[in-house]
Design a protein around this ligand. Structure first.
Ligand code: ZN
Length: 436
């Protein structure tokens, strides 16, 4: 049984909805995401119907995952995985896992968990792994696909590969792969992985990649597959290599596994495997002229769907004493701050304090006249905040309000910062925000 079922043209819809749900403001540590009251019920039901309901934790068992991957060799070829991987280049985060799972299917032996301490020496999976499938699907489409060879990512990759078989790879995508291989084959002898990442970034064929994470993902897949080998450390192109053998590094500061952890420019590309798996030889790679990646990389970070209506319209002017501003802390939750002092200078830091109110939409001006302040624990808490009027999600809702009721002295210390911080600093004054 697949873990989720999604038609190809529903992928963007799912990504957009999950981007909205898995927004950092909805995340509650250790509990998953809070579903905003403004989130449409029918969209939630649809996500559930395709197996991508938020906060649904699925426990994957080693025995079943290994069986599913090994059985996939009957209907997924290595060429299927290679095409899907190459096709993903330049279209968003590269999906090396699509090639990795095809290779796992054909190379990994059926096995029982081996090793003590829970992690299998053969495949690196624990006895059980619990995942939030919707979150993992979302991460996949926005950030790329996981640790190379990780069976838990691979088994989700299998569903993707079956749902979206790529029958043909465009000449552009193939040229991107060729140019990457040619570059890796022509680095200085001592060049380590970091230099290889920079060289791929310079090629500019993977879209926006300021931190090099896409380039690194491609390198990891190529090394896992056996196209960047550092004998005696090899990938799995020619035969299976247990995780415990791959899990080797020259020193503790190196994060990646063998063979990439040992690979240097002089090792170059293993063209025999590149030809067999990717269908690209040295000559084709040398003459590849890839187009620049698609920009902007819209597919990588889909815009949230059905964005709720913007907050109330209000004048955008710098804060004044006696103002009450609403601060959106989530798409369906607002808090309020009172402005004690507007601050001075070219970039004034207004002295603000939360009011004792929280709700789904900002209140009317006459509803805030008799509110008290909201402390942090037992102490009063204030902030010196700049740019209140330039911050997304803020709204001036009342002016010339008398000072709020308060008990206790003003705080001894007052942090300063951008007004946008008021959105997440509210967590400490409003414990109710920790409830799902
Ligand atoms: Zn295993």
């Amino acid at each position: 049984m697949p873990i989720f079922e999604l038609a190809a043209n529903d992928r963007e819809r799912a990504c957009a909805l999950l981007t909205r749900l898995y927004d950092s403001r909805n995340q509650i540590h250790g509990k998953g995401v809070r579903i905003p009251k403004t989130f449409p019920k029918d969209e939630l039901a649809w996500l559930e119907s395709v197996g991508l309901a938020p906060n649904q934790r699925t426990t994957l068992h080693h025995a079943k995952v290994v069986q599913r991957i090994v059985d996939a060799k009957h209907d997924v070829s290595i060429a299927d995985g290679a095409r899907a991987f190459i096709a993903s280049l330049g279209e968003g985060p590269p999906h090396g896992v699509l090639l990795e799972v095809a290779l796992l299917a054909h190379r990994m032996p059926a096995h029982r968990l081996r090793g003590n301490g829970g992690t299998c020496h053969v495949c690196m999976m624990d006895t059980t792994v619990t995942v939030d499938v919707a979150e993992q699907f979302h991460d996949w489409h926005t950030s790329g696909s996981g640790i190379p060879g990780d069976p838990t990512w691979a088994v989700l990759g299998l569903d993707q590969l079956r749902a979206h078989p790529v029958r043909r790879v465009s000449a552009e995508a193939k040229a991107r792969m060729g140019a990457i291989l040619h570059t890796l084959d022509n680095l200085p002898d001592e060049a380590p992985m970091g230099t290889a990442i920079e060289a791929i970034q310079t090629l500019d064929v993977l879209g926006d990649d300021p931190k090099g994470s896409r380039a690194r993902g491609v390198l990891e897949t190529l090394a896992f597959a056996g196209m960047l080998e550092a004998p005696p450390y090899r990938g799995i192109a020619a035969g299976w290599i247990d995780f415990i053998e791959r899990d080797r590094r020259p020193n503790k500061y190196v994060e990646v596994e063998a063979p990439l952890s040992y690979w240097r420019g002089r090792d170059g590309v293993c063209w025999e495997h590149a030809r067999a798996i990717l269908g690209i030889d040295r000559r084709a790679a040398a003459t590849a002229e890839p187009p620049r990646a698609v920009r902007p990389a819209k597919k990588a970070t889909p815009k949230p769907a059905n964005r709720p209506p913007a907050g109330p319209r209000s004048p955008r002017r710098p804060a004044k004493a006696g103002d009450v501003w609403a601060i959106r802390v989530r798409e369906d939750t607002y808090v309020l701050v009172y402005v004690w002092h507007p601050g001075t200078g070219a970039r004034p830091y207004a002295r603000v304090e939360y009011l004792d109110w929280i709700g789904p939409t900002p209140p009317a001006a006459d509803e805030v006249t008799s509110l008290g302040v909201r402390p942090r624990g037992k102490e009063r808490w204030q902030m010196l905040a700049h740019s209140l009027h330039k911050t997304t999600g803020t709204a001036l809702i009342a002016t010339d309000i008398s000072p709020p009721k308060r008990t206790g002295p003003e705080p001894d210390r007052t942090p300063g910062g951008a007004a946008k911080e008021l959105s997440w600093l509210a967590d400490a004054c409003f414990p109710e925000l920790a409830e799902l």
